[in-house]
Design a protein around this ligand. Structure first.
Ligand SMILES: [Fe+2]
Length: 365
């Protein structure tokens, strides 16, 4: 069950439709700015897979970065007793395609750098979009909003992204030192809220292709989803760290998943065609623009006040891994999901996902 987000209720000159948990911005950019973003998308030209990101920690040893998604999907397929983290598992390729094979590139990632240091000025109208900044203030109830990133995502025919929540950030730990699944499950556990950075995300849709609908679950994983309107130059602003969301498969005539494997790149050519290319340079498939879905995620850090922002920048109230594991272990022991205080990594990771992470059911093609 899903419902369609609709801009029909907006006043004629109002480009933002407000809902308690998300805003629909339509249109996002003026004609010239929109052309600038599409030109930028083509000029950047090469997009790598999300699976290129890796952290290195003891607790993550032997597990994929998005273990929470893989394990949840494996559970949904009835594989609780198998080893879904095992790359030789028959479903592994499916998990990878559903969660880590998206093509992406960073158009802007400022952190706390000054505005004039934008990597691509064409992305500035998005990065400093007033509706995103004021909307983030309102939705997350945090007055200090710092725009930090514009991240491009491209999907080819037959590609999709399963239901998930985005990677949460905390004071003192980051995705370079902490597995992504752990950061995400920490948020779902609600045990570390006082250290969590509130992040607003505006998912911008910049072209229209067949399929590839964006769906989100603002009322929870077990409730109806909301689909973004299928119009170019619109955006949904929401807390994607908290609400599950997904991208349905981009239409592909044979109805099969795109033949994607880790390590490939997506490249735009002089003939204005997109190509998925293997590491050895071999072309896997070629796509016209209409077979490709292009979106850009805006991210803004949201703070209660300058003191909170300062604590983030100056690391004056950071979490430590020791504290995190102790708090999680205590909670899991209390819930009867752990038998002792020193489980191996896989047992600990499974207990964490079992306790806190339950995504909406995956709907297949
Ligand atoms: Fe996401």
């Amino acid at each position: 069950m899903w419902t369609q987000a609709d801009a029909g209720h907006a006043a004629p000159n109002e480009s933002v439709t407000r809902n308690g948990t998300y805003h629909l911005v339509d249109p996002v950019l003026g004609e010239e700015e929109l052309r600038g973003i599409i030109d930028l998308c083509e000029r950047v030209g090469t997009y790598r897979m999300a699976s290129a990101e890796m952290s290195s920690t003891e607790i993550g040893a032997g597990l994929p970065e998005r273990f929470e998604c893989f394990y949840d999907l494996a559970r949904q397929r009835g594989h609780e007793n198998d080893q879904p983290y095992d790359p030789t598992h028959e479903d592994w390729l499916d998990f990878d395609r559903a969660f880590t094979c998206q093509f992406r590139e960073t158009y802007a990632d400022l952190g706390f750098v000054e505005p004039e240091e934008s990597k691509y000025p064409e992305a500035d109208p998005l990065l400093y979009h007033e509706a995103f900044i004021s909307g983030a203030r309102e939705l997350l109830d945090r007055p200090v909003v710092v725009p930090v990133a514009a991240l491009a995502n491209l999907y080819v025919a037959g590609q999709w992204l399963g239901p998930h929540t985005d990677i949460t950030e905390y004071r003192g730990i980051s995705r370079s030192t902490t597995p992504q699944w752990l950061l995400i499950c920490m948020h779902h556990s609600r045990l570390f809220d006082e250290w969590r950075l509130r992040i607003a995300t505006a998912v911008n849709f910049f072209n229209v292709c067949e399929g590839g609908e964006f769906r989100c679950y603002p009322d929870g994983a077990t409730e109806a989803s909301v689909a973004a309107p299928k119009r170019a130059n619109t955006a949904l602003l929401m807390d994607t760290d908290s609400f599950f969301h997904e991208v349905r498969p981009v239409y592909r005539p044979d109805g099969r998943p795109a033949p994607l494997v880790r390590g490939q790149v997506l490249q735009f050519g002089e003939d204005r065609m997109w190509r998925v290319i293997n590491p050895d340079g071999a072309v896997v498939e070629t796509y016209a623009w209409e077979d490709v879905r292009f979106s850009v995620s805006w991210k803004g850090y949201c703070f209660r006040d300058d003191a909170e922002r300062k604590a983030w920048v100056e690391h004056s109230d950071d979490l430590s891994m020791e504290f995190i594991l102790e708090r999680l272990t205590d909670d899991l022991l209390e819930r009867g999901l752990l038998r002792n205080r020193n489980p191996d990594n896989v047992t600990m990771a499974r207990a964490i996902v079992d306790a806190y992470y339950h995504a909406p059911p995956v709907e297949y093609h």
